[in-house]
Design a protein around this ligand. Structure first.
Ligand SMILES: O=C(CO)[C@@H](O)[C@H](O)COP(=O)(O)O
Length: 231
C-alpha cells in the first residue's frame, strides 16, 4: 500500500489524541486505497504515540491481513462493511468521544439544533439499533457494520451528506473522503453533541432548526450537489 496513505492514517489516528476525542486507545482510524481495495488500519491496543506507517495493519476487503505483524483494530470488520457499502468514502473513524458517546449510550439521535451542525450533517445524526444476541454471538463487528448500512438504507440517507452515525449503547462512527475529512467529521460531531447538551441545559425545549435554514447552510458549505469533493 502507498506509504503516503499509511502516513495519513498514522497522522489521523494521532489527531484523535490532539483533538481530545480519545482516552487510552478508545478509537481508531482507517483508510482505503480504492485501486487495490486494501485498507490500512490502526493495530489493536497500540498507543497512538507508537504508531508508524510500518506497524499499521493492511487488510483486504475480505478482512485478510496482507501486511503487518500486529492484530488489526477490533473494529476492523465494521470499517470494512462501511467501505464495501459506501463506495465513495475513503476513510473511517471510530471514537468514544464523550458527548457523542453519551447520545449513543442513550440511544438519542443528535438533532440539528443550529447552523454549526447544519454545516456538517444534513439533518439529525441517526442511531443504529443495538444488536441481537444472535448477531453478537455470530460476528459482532460485522453485524455492527450491517446495522449501520441497514439504517442508512431504511432512512434513505446519503453517507456523503450524513458522514456519521451513533451506535446505541456504544459510540459513534464517522467517515469522509480522506482521513483528514473523516477526523474533521468526528471533531464536528463531538462539538455538536456538546453544544446540544449545553443548549438543552439552557433551554430544555430547544427544538430543531427550521428546515429552510438547514438547507441554506448545508448547500452553502457543500455545494448544490452536497457531495464531498465538490468543494
Ligand atoms: O469500541 C471499542 C471498544 O468498545 C474499540 O473501539 C476500542 O475502544 C478500541 O479497540 P482497538 O482499535 O484498540 O482494537
Amino acid at each position: 500500500m502507498k506509504q503516503e496513505l499509511k502516513q495519513q492514517v498514522v497522522e489521523a489516528n494521532q489527531r484523535l489524541v490532539s483533538s481530545g476525542l480519545v482516552a487510552l486507545t478508545w478509537g481508531n482510524v482507517s483508510a482505503i486505497d480504492r485501486e487495490s481495495g486494501l485498507v490500512a488500519i490502526k493495530p489493536s491496543g497500540v498507543d497512538y504515540a507508537a504508531l508508524t506507517p510500518e506497524n499499521l495493519v493492511v487488510v483486504n476487503l475480505a478482512g485478510e491481513v496482507v501486511e503487518g505483524d500486529l492484530r488489526p483494530s477490533s473494529d476492523t470488520k465494521t470499517h470494512l462493511e462501511l467501505y464495501r457499502s459506501f463506495p465513495n468514502i475513503g476513510a473511517v473513524v471510530h471514537t468514544h468521544s464523550s458527548c457523542a458517546t453519551a447520545f449513543s449510550q442513550a440511544g438519542v439521535a443528535l438533532p440539528c439544533l443550529g447552523t454549526t451542525h447544519a454545516d456538517h450533517f444534513y439533518g439529525d445524526v441517526p442511531v443504529a439499533r443495538a444488536l441481537t444476541p444472535e448477531e453478537v454471538e455470530s460476528d459482532y463487528e460485522h453485524a455492527t457494520g450491517v446495522s449501520i448500512v441497514e439504517l442508512f438504507q431504511q432512512q434513505n440517507l446519503n453517507p456523503l451528506e450524513m458522514p456519521a452515525v451513533l451506535l446505541k449503547h456504544h459510540a459513534p462512527f464517522t467517515w469522509g473522503k480522506d482521513p483528514v475529512k473523516a477526523v474533521d467529521n468526528s471533531i464536528a460531531l463531538e462539538m455538536c453533541a456538546k453544544m446540544a447538551l449545553m443548549t438543552w441545559q439552557l433551554q430544555p425545549d430547544a427544538g430543531e432548526m427550521p428546515r429552510h435554514i438547514l438547507e441554506k447552510h448545508y448547500q452553502r458549505k457543500h455545494g448544490k450537489d452536497a457531495y464531498y469533493g465538490q468543494n
